[in-house]
Design a protein. Structure first.
Length: 401
């Protein structure tokens, strides 16, 4: 959320994305959603993925009733949510990103706790466990697995309460129960999925070669959530403090034996990643940015890099991870590009959120582009009269002489 800027020359997108917002035009990003111009929204899906295609009346709409690029979410709880997923969440003790103290705005609430089914806390879930966009369509009707990026940057602001993660996990009960005590050190656990990129999808939750795609044959291991290759960043404590972690990078290709997957012999399985040893704070807004670069055909030269930002734009670089195999030669030759991204996931059932924990977290100012985002974003936040550096010049006849 924040003030709106007017840049007459910032409206050229690098990748054509359907239902692009006015904020994206004004800031000069391929996709930018600030949530403020979106109606209060709660999806109808219960206990699974929202399999409603590229566009649906179920997806978030703008105040004027027009569509947004948001068409990817799931809600793995059978009970109704406690409130809308998109709204001014301050009425429930939630957060909006309001850098200019305007006193108005909206944000997205995320919640992967399953409290709505296990009855803990207030017995309610307050948001989806995954939320994002499939942008492999120009018109919002027809999907194209080849419409997307080979190198993509994603940025968003996020507020995660300190008691989102446990300082103690009681393993004597089944399922394990997490607890938070202020001042205690966070405990280690295996999984807290934070964001995922996917390539080669034909619509939300359907890879162009996967089940439901109409491809001959339909491959069961062209996974509905990840495609052939999974790529999931985690955000969880390490050495007592929260840390963004490159994690869960690999493929399902070797599992697809009947019929055999394309480029079966190229499977790399799980690609080991470690902690980054760059901590970031909880209990305050931070900006998060990630770059994904797909590998060349047949080469292990893919890479990723992350950054986190303080609210004044101070940048903290996380060392890149290189030598990655993120796509097979067959996927490259088919033209598959990155065209789906979502925030969230699950914690792989490592613990439940006990009564002292807060499962909600908040997202605002969600941006996708083909170039670095954070530095430009914070410059425009600080100096709203500055024209974006990549904005085209006006027509010759309109230039001041």
């Amino acid at each position: 959320m924040g003030i709106i800027f007017c840049f007459a020359n910032a409206n050229v997108a690098g990748l054509e994305i359907f239902n692009r917002s006015q904020a994206a035009v004004e800031f000069g990003f391929d996709l930018m959603e600030r949530f403020d111009d979106i109606q209060d929204w709660q999806g109808s899906q219960r206990d699974g993925k929202a399999l409603f295609g590229i566009m649906s009346s179920d997806y978030p709409k703008r105040i004027d009733g027009s569509d947004t690029p948001f068409n990817v979410y799931d809600y793995w709880v059978s009970t109704d949510p406690g409130d809308d997923f998109i709204k001014d969440h301050r009425v429930n003790g939630g957060k909006i990103w309001d850098p200019d103290n305007t006193g108005i705005g909206k944000s997205l609430c995320m919640d992967l706790s399953h409290r709505g089914d296990n009855g803990l806390g207030n017995g309610k879930n307050w948001g989806p466990s995954r939320f994002g966009t499939y942008f492999g369509s120009i018109d919002g009707i027809n999907g194209d697995h080849a419409h997307g990026y080979r190198e993509m940057y994603v940025f968003f602001m996020v507020y995660i309460f300190k008691n989102q993660w446990p300082t103690r996990i009681d393993t004597s009960v089944d399922p394990n129960m997490g607890y938070y005590v202020e001042g205690d050190t966070y405990t280690f656990f295996a999984s807290w999925k934070f964001m995922t990129m996917c390539h080669g999808f034909k619509e939300p939750w359907i890879h162009w070669q996967g089940v439901g795609s109409g491809h001959i044959p339909e491959y069961a291991y062209a996974h509905a959530t990840y495609g052939w290759n999974y790529n999931v960043v985690h955000y969880k404590p390490h050495n007592g403090l929260p840390e963004l972690k490159y994690g869960d990078i690999g493929d399902y290709i070797s599992s697809q034996t009947s019929p055999e997957a394309p480029c079966f012999s190229e499977s790399h399985g799980q690609q080991t990643t470690g902690f980054t040893n760059v901590q970031s704070p909880a209990g305050q807004w931070i900006g998060v940015e990630i770059r994904y670069t797909l590998n060349s055909p047949g080469q292990d030269d893919g890479s990723e890099q992350m950054w986190w930002y303080e609210t004044d734009g101070t940048e903290h670089q996380i060392p890149p991870i290189t030598g990655l195999w993120l796509q097979s030669t067959c996927s490259f030759n088919s033209g598959d590009k990155i065209n789906m991204f979502f925030i969230g996931g699950n914690n792989s059932a490592t613990y439940l959120w006990g009564d002292s924990m807060e499962p909600r977290y908040y997202v605002d100012d969600f941006i996708i582009d083909g170039q670095r985002i954070g530095e430009k974003y914070f410059e425009l936040i600080r100096n709203p009269d500055v024209t974006p550096p990549d904005a085209p010049l006006p027509p010759q006849e309109l230039r001041i002489r």
